[in-house]
Design a protein around this ligand. Structure first.
Ligand code: SF4
Ligand code: SF4
Length: 369
């Protein structure tokens, strides 16, 4: 695998060339999704996550707010919804089932997906998902590969680790019923080099055995491995923190040079559990907030003419990035051509978004009159 640094230099020349030739690449595919956070609350407190400093938005979105947000997105022609919170876990929501049921029944919503740590999922919730027709992908994010590493990374007691194993075993037992793609990834000691698809070793623990069972029972289970390159969350997580953790994690910056606007400003914002709208699905930061659904309709917040979005984009165009974006690991220049994806220019994207917002605005006014 190419190192972060090698990738950086590899992309630099192409990006500069594309900028010189005014070529822009905004990914456009039917799975582009806007995120709606059911929960801004998490059951873990991972060492490499800014959740430990999170002081706003630690709430659950009410059913009424969730339904209203989905209806507004449907009016904006959004057919696919992402449910992964910026910081939180969706199974914390006691009304998870009502919200999934709403998405399944919604005539205009075609699909949804999410990433979870799975620990607070109930058997009923997992059974409901095994029958879901619109769930496209559920990814389990594991933190630690043993009881000791789980506790070290998450700062949570053994009871949560045992609950995770119980849930993975239950998921394995019903995983053949899932229409959705099931996947897993892990953040743990970088010396841990393992996949559930390899031949089992003699010293595997209960967690490894449960993930192996899931991979065998599901047949199509995708394992993306152990991720060690991490974001600094605007400087709140430092390399010194990671060195102290002593698990080999590296804080890295962008894999491409920061030139021009970040393509993630055009990839789908996040409606957070408390109603604030974050411009991208990466870092949740004050400087990235472009509105609040409790104060304005989504067709105004997502409009290219929203002054908060206009300001953010104008700064990115001048390479004058707000502090929230500096050194972001996820930054992706609009001048980098994505592999095998259909793309449009930023102007084409904004024209399309403008049309969607205008149609939603007219519809809303007609419904009121
Ligand atoms: S599970 Fe995810 S959101 Fe929760 S603390 Fe860990 S990294 Fe953060
Ligand atoms: S640089 Fe990072 S935080 Fe800023 S818009 Fe891009 S993905 Fe979001």
């Amino acid at each position: 695998m190419l190192s972060h640094r090698v990738k950086y230099y590899k992309h630099s020349i192409r990006i500069l060339w594309n900028k010189l030739n005014s070529k822009q690449y905004i990914t456009k595919d039917k799975y582009s999704a806007i995120t709606v956070e059911m929960s801004g609350v998490c059951n873990l407190n991972c060492e490499f996550c800014a959740y430990k400093d999170k002081d706003e938005g630690k709430v659950i979105m009410s059913n009424d707010d969730f339904f209203d947000n989905i209806n507004q997105l449907a009016d904006l022609d959004q057919e696919y919804i992402a449910l992964t919170p910026l910081m939180g876990d969706i199974f914390i929501d006691k009304h998870f089932s009502d919200k999934i049921d709403f998405l399944e029944r919604h005539p205009k919503i075609k699909g949804y997906e999410f990433i979870t740590n799975l620990i607070t999922a109930s058997e009923d919730a997992l059974s409901q998902l095994s029958n879901a027709k619109k769930l496209t992908r559920m990814t389990i994010s594991f933190y630690g590969h043993s009881l000791a590493s789980f506790r070290k990374v998450t700062n949570r007691p053994a009871s949560q680790y045992h609950r995770l194993i119980k849930n993975v075993n239950y998921l394995a037992s019903i995983s053949d019923k899932f229409q959705a793609k099931l996947a897993g990834c892990i953040k743990t000691d970088q010396k841990f080099n393992w996949t559930p698809h390899d031949k089992p070793g003699a010293d595997e623990n209960d967690l490894q055995r449960s993930v192996r069972k899931l991979a065998q029972q599901n047949g199509d289970f995708y394992w993306s491995g152990n991720e060690g390159d991490l974001d600094s969350w605007s400087g709140r997580i430092t390399q010194a923190d990671m060195d102290e953790l002593d698990m080999g994690f590296k804080i890295v910056g962008p894999s491409v040079p920061m030139i021009g606007p970040c393509a993630l400003l055009f990839a789908g914002p996040v409606i957070m559990a408390d109603g604030r709208v974050n411009a991208c699905a990466c870092r949740a930061e004050k400087g990235l907030i472009i509105g609040d659904v409790k104060k304005s309709p989504l067709y105004e917040i997502l409009s290219p003419e929203n002054p908060l979005f206009e300001d953010l984009l104008a700064r990115h165009k001048k390479n004058d990035y707000p502090k929230e974006c500096i050194n972001c690991k996820i930054f992706m220049s609009i001048y980098r051509k994505p592999h095998k994806r259909s793309t449009i220019t930023t102007d084409e994207y904004l024209d399309e978004r403008r049309g969607q917002c205008e149609r939603a605005r007219l519809k809303s006014h007609m419904n009121k009159s």
